[in-house]
Ligand binder design. Structure first.
Ligand SMILES: [Zn+2]
Length: 423
């Protein structure tokens, strides 16, 4: 369903013009601001973006209008990394981590991703969809219009196909637009097959079925010592490419595993995490179209002793995106908060972090042709914030800044302003 809408008198509109490729290097932080801006949406598409005066002159139709006085307008935020469909509750693991327990100890105590897989296999369809639905409501409230969702908590052919089917069914529970990713090679199963045997199942059984059913847009592959080391991940990437399925990689999340290099050489659209990617790998790989997706909240939650070297990626002309990594172990849902965290954690400017949450993730999801920027012809997907400049997203941390989330010209979320108590 699409609509007509005018947005007028915005303090700032960050247009983030799409030049036909993801933003990188010096352009990572270019917002193309319009002070006192306005936007006309017709039939769900951006018809014009300009000063309010021009919009009023050319589009003074009798259509619904939002007075955006005092607000900042961004393209609808694009969340490009989430794992929303799972069962179980792992809050105790965070406590153990804070008490100094290692991932190995937590696994020995019955936690870790494997515990989610066992719980998810047991759970009924409806409860899994309800769990996803709760996640979607929180993610939408954080300003997101397009959300990528992964399978990966099934790890058998029937279970992975089931999770992809349920993710599709779950789209009826949200107004966000979902993009589906098959993550069969999430971790190596702990109940029998070796990583090599399991990778063969992914390659010979799961991926052909996923492609035949047309139920995912991407194939995501973990490249990590202990699960799927570089040679195995490389094989999966090559096979996927041969079949014409775009790939992405969970890379170097827990240890330096050559994940960044494997992703770039394998032609992946993106590599995610990159927490332990050595600086010399970033330098020797150099400029590439593969997008580095960094996860500031995940690194803080996992108490990593390293962080992804965001600045070095930018200096090497690698486009950056950021995401929450909403998943079974921690449920960071706000991409708006991730923008703020990316500034303090990675020392990105708010503008660099905003591009990393709009245009660049649209390229990650291959949705750049119609979202990620406020350009005429693209979808009328916008997020309006209760602040007068985009920089304030970096400093008004935790404030309920998201005021309107708009998809195809329709308001799909309305954040109520915080009540003001008069003396
Ligand atoms: Zn992930």
């Amino acid at each position: 369903m699409s609509s007509d809408l005018n947005i007028l008198y915005a303090a700032q509109v960050a247009r983030i013009m799409d030049d036909g490729r993801p933003r990188h290097g010096d352009h990572q932080g270019r917002l193309d601001l319009i002070s006192g801006g306005g936007i006309a949406i017709r039939n769900g598409r951006i018809a014009a973006v300009d000063s309010t005066e021009v919009i009023l002159r050319d589009f003074r139709d009798d259509v619904p209008t939002i007075d955006a006085t005092g607000m900042t307008v961004l393209p609808g935020l694009v969340e490009c990394h989430s794992h929303p469909i799972f069962a179980g509750n792992r809050h105790w693991e965070y406590v153990r981590r804070l008490q100094g327990a290692t991932s190995r100890q937590i696994r020995a105590e019955g936690g870790g991703i494997w515990s989610t897989i066992l719980a998810t296999r047991e759970a009924d369809d409806l409860s899994l969809i309800q769990q996803a639905r709760r996640g979607y409501a929180a993610i939408l409230a954080g300003g997101v219009t397009t959300l990528e969702v992964k399978s990966g908590y099934g790890l058998t052919t029937p279970q992975e196909l089931r999770l992809l089917r349920l993710l599709r069914e779950s789209s009826a529970t949200t107004e966000m637009d979902l993009v589906y990713t098959f993550l069969g090679a999430h971790i190596a199963p702990r109940d029998g097959p070796t990583p090599e045997d399991y990778a063969r199942v992914v390659q010979d059984e799961m991926l052909p079925a996923v492609i035949a059913q047309g139920i995912a847009a991407f194939h995501d592959i973990t490249c990590e010592e202990g699960d799927f080391p570089a040679p195995l991940a490389r094989k999966l990437l090559e096979d996927s490419r041969r079949r014409g399925m775009p790939t992405r990689v969970h890379a170097d999340a827990s240890s330096p595993s050559h994940g960044w290099r494997v992703a770039v050489e394998g032609g992946a659209v993106a590599a995610d995490h990159l927490t332990y990617t050595p600086d010399e790998d970033i330098r020797s790989v150099g400029a590439t179209g593969t997008i580095a997706v960094l996860l500031p909240m995940a690194e803080q939650f996992y108490l990593d002793d390293r962080k992804a070297n965001a600045r070095l990626f930018i200096e090497n002309d690698v486009p950056l995106a950021i995401a929450t990594d909403y998943c079974s172990s921690f449920q960071a849902s706000s991409l708006t908060l991730s923008i703020a965290q990316a500034c303090s954690w990675f020392r990105l400017t708010p503008a660099e972090a905003i591009v990393a949450a709009t245009l660049n993730p649209a390229y990650v999801l291959k949705k750049n042709q119609d979202r990620g920027s406020i350009d005429p012809g693209k979808r009328g997907d916008l997020t309006l914030f209760a602040c007068s400049h985009p920089n304030e997203l970096g400093v008004k941390v935790g404030a309920p800044l998201v005021r309107y989330v708009i998809s195809m010209g329709r308001v799909i979320h309305h954040g109520a302003p915080a009540p003001v108590l008069l003396p």
